[in-house]
Design a binder for this molecule. Structure first.
Ligand code: NAD
Ligand code: UFG
Length: 350
């Protein structure tokens, strides 16, 4: 069966990584259904995906407002369409909020995913690509992070990812006809090259790049740099930033692997570039891409942050045939295009 006949359910498809991935799926000839409860996204984002896909391809996409915590919402979808696989993005992801309100995270991320698995079994769809995270490496003792490292969680959000990975491993062991790929994303940034899709966090951003972006467009006065005494060349912490379009392509590579390899079982892959960049290096790169000065305030370390985290990319390269194409320069270029065209995200200025 070619990709044109495959039906993919994308949970959380209205969100940051979801929208970029849905667009690539349509371009690759897949049929896509999205389920999203719009908790952290807006319908305008889905409309932009349609606009970029064009009238023909967007006929192959359906959008359903629904919540994974409601089995009725899932049943409605699965009873109407036979899905070949699910890409499961839907989840809450704010670390600080998860510390303040862990029940919300356990309810949404765990119950939502367990419901999804049960309905998938009922409708005999047992192929899944799951959004895991580099957060499952905790503060790694060694870098680069390799998939067989011991896993740890540092906060309730991280625990939901770790628990779900373990749940998927257990399910696949008991029911070997499941094929599951766990994708451990490093730090997704950037935007679609058109400047029409990008990340649009609600409230004050927690993550570095959306914060820098809001300083650049004048929504925030300065960037707090958390930690300038790390044992790194410039004292700021190091992460593995990955362009969201590379991430989107990584999902397509994972999907193809699932369709082709009956022995995939439940396998984890890192999606990163393998390169570490410091906070201050990211600031400089963004200043260069945007032509804007980003004022910084050097602050104390953020509790729970690791000094340096980056991926080993060998396993994804070898087994998925996937490798990130873009570097920090392209990430900043595309993020600035999105920010300068949409300084208030998908909404108009309040
Ligand atoms: P996002 O918040 O932009 O997208 C998630 C989408 O899921 C949102 O549109 C939200 O409305 C939806 N959603 C949440 N709970 C739902 C529910 N119960 N039912 C239906 N829809 C629901 O986030 P993102 O950055 O696109 O992240 C996607 C996935 O990748 C998440 O699981 C996240 O934990 C994971 N991840 C993200 C990052 C990152 O830094 N962006 C890093 C590692 C892993
Ligand atoms: N940082 C600042 N100022 C800010 C925001 C961040 O200096 O305003 C620093 C942080 O201290 C850290 C680096 O920028 O050193 C990156 O921070 P992010 O919050 O952007 O990303 P993290 O690496 O902390 O974590 C992110 C997601 C997690 C996910 C992890 C790995 O928030 O959910 O990537 O995928 F688990």
């Amino acid at each position: 069966m070619g990709s044109s006949e495959k039906n993919i359910l994308v949970t959380g498809g209205a969100g940051f990584i979801g929208t970029h991935t849905v667009l690539q799926l349509l371009k690759e000839g897949f049929k896509v259904s999205i389920i999203d409860n719009l908790d952290n996204s807006v319908v305008e984002a889905v409309d932009r995906v349609k606009e970029l896909a064009g009238p023909e391809l967007s006929k192959k996409m359906q959008f359903h407002v629904g919540d994974l915590r409601s089995k009725a919402d899932l049943e409605k979808l699965f009873s109407g369409t036979k899905f070949d696989a699910v890409i499961h993005f839907a989840g809450l992801k704010a670390v600080g909020e998860s510390v303040a309100n862990p029940r919300r995270y356990f309810d949404n991320n765990l119950i939502g995913t367990i419901n999804l698995c049960e309905v998938m079994v009922k409708y005999n769809c047992k192929q899944m690509v799951f959004s895991s995270s580099a957060t499952v490496y905790g503060q790694p003792d060694k870098i680069p992070c390799v998939e067989d490292f011991e896993l740890k969680a540092m906060n309730p959000y991280g625990r939901t990812k770790l628990f779900l990975e373990e749940i998927f491993r257990d399910i696949q062991k008991a029911e070997p006809d499941w094929r599951i790929i766990l994708l451990r994303y490093f730090n997704p940034v950037g935007a679609h090259e058109s400047g029409k899709l990008g990340e649009d966090p609600k409230g004050i951003p927690n993550n570095l790049m959306p914060y820098i972006q809001q300083v650049a467009v004048g929504r925030l006065p300065e960037l707090n740099v958390y930690g300038h005494d790390y044992p790194t060349t410039d004292g700021s912490a190091i992460r593995d930033y990955i362009h969201v379009m590379d991430l989107a392509d990584g999902h397509i590579a994972a999907l193809r692997k699932i369709f082709e390899d009956p022995n995939i079982g439940c396998t984890a892959y890192n999606l990163g570039t393998g390169c570490g960049t410091s906070v201050l290096e990211m600031v400089t790169a963004f200043e260069k891409a945007s032509g804007k000065k980003i004022p910084v305030k050097l602050c104390l370390r953020r509790p729970g942050d690791a000094t340096a985290v980056y991926a080993s990319t060998k396993k994804a390269e070898k087994e998925l045939g996937w490798k990130a194409k873009y570097g920090v320069e392209e990430m900043c270029r595309d993020q600035w295009k999105w920010a300068s065209n949409n300084p208030w995200g998908y909404r108009s200025k309040p």
